[in-house]
Design a protein around this ligand. Structure first.
Ligand SMILES: Cc1ncc(C[n+]2csc(CCOP(=O)(O)OP(=O)(O)O)c2C)c(N)n1
Ligand SMILES: [Mg+2]
Length: 327
């Protein structure tokens, strides 16, 4: 799939936005400013930006607990996401969802499910709805190498296959489920091989190469959109931070982190852009600085926003139908 030169600069900006937004969250969390718990996807930007590149309006996308960056791409503005993480009333979910449950269903951003594996069955409901309406949209579910070992995931894959649903299962293999290496939780080299058991295609891709991610999602999404049925994509990547902020990360060797730092997805795209002569180092610095300005403004917006009023404690708990009946 050919990616236009100007798109490479846009992807570079998007990847910096994700990384710097998350780095800001890391700093704010360390200062005790953010309530709740956060899991950061620093190092995994290529799979987020590359997947976003091929998502179309109307698609349903279930993210995991580590994809603030994809939520930004799916239409939650930096201001709304930052305010949500501060627990403020101006947040994407009025400050009541926080990191794990920030979502924007009208933009197809379904958010995350706290129970690993459950979302991979639920996603088939969205896929069924797309198939039933014949709207050309697909349902995408994103989950980790750890979650991939849950039984529910296999039920979800089997059902998607049997019903020939437009479901794309994206496994983000970042090497660990909390402190357990994915090498210890599975005996196969490529988690995508599991697709074969359900009669659907599956491929494993270098998830730190944004162009490889675009190529893979481009082909897979097109096939699924056109009625080809479900598939599995595995993106091999690495999280630079711990599982959660505050994790001392005593379980992984330094050499492993050093090796993955050499495969930093942003550096790799930067090298491609510079080698192609698409932008100067000064221009790329400008692009990066633009993202910092966006994040500064988002932080200011969140800080200056009010907390939800106490009278709102019981609102938004249930979804209300028109006429007041509970769904
Ligand atoms: C059913 C279930 N078991 C355990 C947990 C606790 N838990 C939260 S995140 C996590 C690790 C997930 O690892 P992975 O799926 O690889 O995603 P990553 O955190 O690496 O992005 C675990 C075990 C949970 N949320 N749900
Ligand atoms: Mg993992």
């Amino acid at each position: 799939m050919k990616v236009a030169n100007e798109d490479l600069i846009k992807l570079y900006g998007e990847m910096w936005l994700i990384r710097l937004f998350e780095k800001r969250l890391s700093d704010l969390f360390a200062k005790g400013v953010l309530p709740g718990f956060i899991h950061l996807g620093i190092g995994q930007e290529a799979f987020m930006a590359g997947t976003h590149y091929n998502i179309k309006s109307g698609d349903s996308v279930g993210t995991s607990h580590r994809e603030h960056g994809l939520l930004l791409g799916l239409g939650i503005s930096p201001n709304a996401l930052m305010a949500e993480l501060y627990g403020k009333a101006t947040g994407s979910n009025k400050g009541k969802g926080g990191s794990m449950h920030a979502c924007s269903p009208k933009n197809g951003a379904l958010g995350c499910n706290g129970i690993l594996g459950d979302a991979q069955t639920i996603i088939n409901g969205y896929a069924f709805s797309h198939k039933f309406r014949n709207d050309g949209n697909i349902a995408i579910t994103i989950f980790g190498d750890g979650a991939a070992n849950r039984g529910d995931v296999h039920e979800g894959m089997n059902l998607a296959s049997v019903l020939n649903l437009p479901t794309v299962f994206i496994i983000v293999n970042n090497g660990y489920g909390i402190s357990m290496s994915s090498k210890d939780s599975s005996n196969i080299q490529d988690l995508s091989a599991r697709a074969q058991s359900y009669g659907m295609p599956g491929i494993s891709v270098d998830g730190n190469d944004v162009l490889a991610v675009i190529e893979a999602t481009g082909e897979a999404f097109k096939r699924t959109r056109e009625g080809g049925g479900p598939c599995v994509l595995e993106f091999k990547t690495y999280r630079h931070q711990g599982h959660f902020e505050g994790d001392p990360v005593t379980y992984r060797p330094k050499e492993e982190l050093d090796m993955w730092m050499k495969k930093d997805p942003i550096k790799r795209l930067e090298t491609i852009i510079l080698e192609k002569g698409l932008a100067s180092p000064e221009k790329l610095l400008e692009v990066k600085n633009e993202q910092i300005a966006i994040i500064d403004a988002a932080q200011k917006f969140a800080e200056e926003s009010p907390y939800p009023d106490i009278s709102e404690v019981y609102t938004d708990v249930y979804f209300e139908l028109e006429g007041g009946a509970l769904k």
